[in-house]
Ligand binder design. Structure first.
Ligand code: PLP
Length: 503
């Protein structure tokens, strides 16, 4: 802690609670309670007889605080969250982009917000129509005609997709096919999903290129008799387009394997190319990334999957179908080849409304521009920072750019120090130390919704950091962030020994 901070912290009279400016330190509600001061002041009940025969408990352990105290407690804590509505949030692979308020307005229409999933289909035709339309848009954009909207997040979509593949192999009698090939640069959810699904994971090394190569793929494939499929992210987690994907998917199909594409990075391709055209059989879409529905603390996710015509019979139920002029949710009786049901009812319907609103308000040309602008912004950052920071892989990037701390590390300043410095300067850090295949990785995704001014401000701060390090002004980096209520946390201890109880 710097000397300046000590003076402030040490001034117990002025800052009893460590509050600074209008920023409050917040204790637990239980620490605020006063034993002589109940939260609710009711007269003691007279002659009360229990009608149920159950005895009322005296103390159920709720903190005794007044309404204003409780309200302030939660409102103050809500201001601790940094969100995309505060400022720039360049978290690579996460697509933290603006969520248009029009989406919210439509999702709150009573006809969408106040219905119940158990209502008869005839009374919710409009809602089912929204699902049907969204399925059609996703099918058109991916080139994959079978769509199921029910998965609740990207990782849940992965599970739905792999279970669909497993079901297809099962019904085709391919018991021996139990291996999923996954490149070493994959998002951690990919191997986790494959293992949960009962598959064995075989790694495809990407070596020094940051991309898959046909040669290394074929080595991992072997004769392919045991290969059920592969999971590949394209563009991959290094922000690069997989150039040999057509040959790779062809070789996979030749041995009867299915190509699962992690579509979390679809915002780099949407409206430009259709994954079905480069051999994808199954893909999940993060509506909460590409199609701007809120995520993180902002709302539930939604991870629909899109599949080829061949795999459509095995999709989870329900999917929205149209019979004559009426919409209907398919059941297992309608489609007994289905892998089953993965989620209560039809999934996160509010997200379906938001995503379709986004698609309709952008139109086909607008969605294409989303991808173009996302890629342009990432390349703008890459071009501006490529001399100040080490760039591990050549060539233009897609929607996110990858840098490392290699130059700064020589002066003992690491990716972590730079990330903490960004907090001090009012930016959420980029994704750090991921992908794992790159040492000291900094993965920066500006998205298409950031203005040139905010991107330029970020670039200036990053360039200043590099200049500070180059000129040996490195001490301050180990102290960042200086002004936040909490400074450097022991993140390892917090993860390994979390304190989950208040005593
Ligand atoms: C975000 C992401 C996921 C997981 O999506 P969730 O909705 O967080 O479950 C999977 N793969 C990649 C590449 C991602 O970026």
């Amino acid at each position: 802690m710097s000397a300046e901070m000590k003076i402030i912290d040490g001034d117990a009279r002025q800052h009893q609670d460590n509050n600074r400016a209008l920023h409050y330190e917040e204790s637990l509600l239980w620490e605020k309670e006063r034993s002589d001061h109940p939260g609710v002041d009711l007269p003691a009940p007279q002659n009360l007889k229990s009608r149920t025969g159950m005895k009322a408990r005296d103390d159920i352990g709720l903190p005794q605080v007044s309404e204003p105290t409780a309200l302030r407690h939660f409102v103050r804590m809500s201001t601790w969250n940094y969100s995309i509505d505060h400022g720039f949030f360049p978290l690579g692979s996460c697509t933290m982009k603006h969520n248009p308020r029009l989406n919210e307005k439509l999702a709150r229409l009573p006809g969408f917000a106040h219905i119940h999933p158990k209502q008869p289909a005839s009374t919710v035709q409009g809602a089912l129509g929204v699902m049907f339309e969204l399925q059609n848009w996703l099918a058109e954009l991916t080139g994959l005609p079978g769509v199921c909207l029910s998965p609740a997040a990207g990782a849940h979509g992965e599970l739905a997709g792999l279970m669909t593949i497993r079901r297809a192999h099962e019904l085709k009698g391919n018991k021996h096919k139990n291996v999923i090939l996954i490149p070493d640069s994959a998002h951690g959810t990919n191997p986790a999903t494959a293992v949960i699904c009962g598959f064995t994971v075989r790694n495809i090394p990407t070596k020094d290129t940051g991309r898959l190569t046909l040669a290394l793929f074929k080595e991992a494939l072997g004769d392919g008799h045991d290969v059920a499929g592969m999971m590949v992210t394209n563009p991959n987690t290094c922000g690069l387009f997989e150039r040999e994907i057509l040959e790779i998917s062809k070789a996979l199909h030749e041995v009867g394997g299915y190509f699962y594409c992690d579509g979390a990075n679809f915002n780099a391709l949407v409206g430009k190319i259709r994954p079905g055209d480069f051999g994808v059989d199954v893909m999940h879409i993060n509506l909460h990334k590409t199609f701007s529905t809120p995520h993180g603390g902002g709302g539930p996710g939604s991870g629909p999957i899109c599949v080829s015509a061949e795999l459509a019979p095995y999709l989870p139920v329900p999917t929205a179908v149209k019979r004559g002029t009426a919409y209907h949710l398919e059941t297992l009786e309608d489609r007994p080849t289905s892998m089953g049901m993965l989620k209560g009812f039809q999934g996160q319907f509010g997200m379906h409304v938001r995503a379709l609103t986004y698609m309709l308000s952008h139109g086909a040309d607008g969605l294409k521009q989303v991808a173009e602008d996302a890629v342009l912004n990432a390349n703008y950052i890459l071009a501006a920072l490529k001399d100040a920071y080490h760039v591990p892989f050549d060539g233009p990037c897609m929607h996110e750019c990858l840098l490392t701390d290699k130059f700064q590390k020589e002066k003992d300043v690491s990716t972590l120090d730079i990330a903490k410095g960004l907090i001090e300067h009012g930016f959420h850090p980029m994704t750090v130390y991921f992908p794992l295949v790159v040492q000291g990785a900094m993965l920066i995704e500006p998205t298409e919704t950031e203005s040139k001014e905010s991107i330029d401000r970020f670039i200036t701060v990053m360039k200043n950091f590099a200049a500070d390090v180059a000129q040996d002004r490195t001490d301050i980096f180990h102290d960042y962030p200086l002004s936040s209520p909490r400074r450097r946390l022991d993140e390892v201890k917090a993860a390994r020994e979390p304190v989950l109880r208040w005593k």
